[in-house]
Design a protein around this ligand. Structure first.
Ligand SMILES: [Zn+2]
Length: 510
């Protein structure tokens, strides 16, 4: 079965068909870089990293764009107009761009730690003001936006009159949309309808981040950057546009309206995908509840609701254990279970190294192996192993079902363990099927799911342990062993020093 993905826009799973095969354009709404990233910010990047890795595995040429929102944006329309980035900058008495750069660097570091490959293009909103102004001009020319007092608003009722439906992505009625904007007073007197949203805002005198435009010195509305940058790098219609469920309305809804209202006249992306949210011990993660889990703190631990720290790879495994459209609840119990699962999967990699190597040596050593590989792969045992190995990809084809893919990898690992304990059964399977299944396991774990080995070993402790053996050998006058340990440590760039106080070590200066 070819790859199927759930499209929020059509509310069903669809067979994935690129607009321009074999090229595939994926856009993920990236972070707003005015504060530290929290666990919720990691889910989208991990999910879409697996998606792009899998698309590449299937042979597609993927261009993956993940933007950086550094212009800052109004928290909601009810906001006073001061944007988050400036608030943070003012508090720290530094340049807004310095704040943005600092948190961008931190974010990139965390994403690399989590095994997310860097995007192919990482455009910054502040670097694309000209493109955003151009989109606004197009929307005005198409009669779907108007200027009021130096700001520009998208005319939602007019858009609907022209046969479009603002709300088609989130499936919200106009009443629901109005309920969502009721509290919002800012700019209301300028808007023709409370449903309208800002494309350009005139800057108030104290606003630092501002750019010239045909309407006023000001700044673009938040929703605009993604429409402008997606079009610039992925064309009028990209393949996949992703983000968290919280971005579906109004952010993505507005993006679609902007693209339809501009010269693109498209839904911006063919498939709109949304990952679900993260809860902490069953409740929503929020700063006011004090259960906010920042990524940097979580890796070091303990923090907030968590009594321990968890490594980035354990966090990645934890996130992949849930289907991306289901909510995930974070707790120490769940993370400890994830750590167990992650380590089991890594031990599988080590087992396969020994199993495949040991078996090929065994086969090379025996000359009564006349059976042709092709016939050997027909054996039911070999067939069974290859079928098990095909399962993880089948589950990924089903709307990127990573929890079932992981379960299938554990089934495959179980079979490898059985074979490792039973050389006769292994001989029946044959080296070709074993090698093929082992390659699939490695590819799925490392290349597609992006889970790599993380050394949990403390090198200093290992050196101290070795020095203990060294001292014992010296006391026993076992000089062969003494020399052996010295030589082994030397290959690691470590020299042993015998001093009056005892045994010490230093980095080799040779
Ligand atoms: Zn966006």
């Amino acid at each position: 079965m070819p790859l199927q993905l759930y499209n929020t826009l059509t509310r069903q799973k669809e067979e994935f068909q690129p607009v321009h095969p074999p090229q595939v354009g994926v856009y993920l709404c990236g972070p707003t870089v005015y504060s530290e990233a929290h666990l919720g910010n990691a889910r989208g990047p991990v999910v879409f990293d697996v998606l792009t890795r899998y698309l590449r595995h299937l042979g597609y040429q993927v261009r993956y764009v993940r933007n950086i929102t550094d212009v800052g944006h109004l928290e909601s329309d009810a906001d006073t107009g001061e944007d988050k980035m400036e608030k943070a900058a003012r508090a720290a008495r530094i340049e807004p761009m310095q704040v943005a750069q600092h948190f961008t660097n931190r974010y990139r570091q965390h994403m690399l730690g989590l095994g997310c490959l860097p995007p192919d293009i990482e455009p910054q909103a502040s670097g694309h003001i000209i493109e955003q102004i151009q989109v606004i001009e197009e929307i005005i020319a198409n009669g779907l936006a108007y200027e009021a007092n130096g700001s520009v608003y998208f005319d939602v009722p007019k858009y609907n009159e022209e046969g479009q439906r603002y709300g088609k992505l989130s499936n919200r009625s106009i009443e629901d949309q109005l309920a969502g904007t009721r509290a919002n007073l800012e700019g209301q007197s300028e808007k023709r309808s409370p449903l309208d949203f800002a494309l350009w805002k005139k800057a108030s005198p104290e606003h630092i981040m501002r750019w010239p435009s045909p309407w006023s010195e000001g700044f673009p509305g938040w929703h605009l950057e993604c429409s402008a940058m997606s079009r610039k790098y992925l064309g009028d219609l990209s393949d996949i546009h992703g983000g968290g469920l919280d971005l579906m309305f109004p952010h993505h809804e507005c993006e679609i309206a902007q693209s339809q209202g501009s010269h693109s006249h498209s839904d911006e992306a063919r498939i709109w995908m949304h990952n679900n949210m993260i809860t902490v011990n069953g409740t929503k993660m929020s700063k006011s509840l004090g259960n906010f889990v920042l990524l940097g703190d979580m890796f070091l631990g303990p923090t907030g609701p968590l009594a321990f720290g968890y490594s980035p790879m354990v966090v990645r495994f934890f996130l992949l254990q849930a289907h991306y459209r289901s909510p995930v609840d974070v707790s120490d119990d769940a993370l400890q279970a994830a750590r167990k699962g992650y380590r089991k999967l890594m031990n599988g990699l080590r087992l396969l190294e020994e199993l495949v190597l040991g078996f090929s040596l065994l086969v090379a050593g025996s000359d009564n192996d006349n059976q042709k590989p092709a016939t050997r792969n027909q054996e039911p045992e070999a067939q069974q192993l290859l079928q098990l190995a095909a399962k993880p990809a089948e589950f990924l084809d089903d709307d990127l079902n990573t929890p079932r893919a992981l379960a299938a990898l554990f089934d495959l690992l179980k079979r490898f363990n059985t074979l490792a304990a039973n050389p006769a059964a292994l001989a029946v399977v044959g080296p070709e099927a074993l090698a093929a299944a082992a390659t699939t396991y490695r590819t799925m774990v490392q290349d597609v799911l992006g889970l790599r080995e993380e050394t949990a070993v403390n090198p200093e402790q290992l050196i101290d342990l070795t020095l203990g053996f060294y001292s014992e050998a010296k006391a026993d006058k076992a000089y062969d062993k003494v020399d052996q340990i010295r030589a082994a440590l030397k290959t690691q760039g470590i020299v042993i020093k015998d001093t009056k106080a005892g045994v010490e070590w230093a980095y080799s200066e040779e």
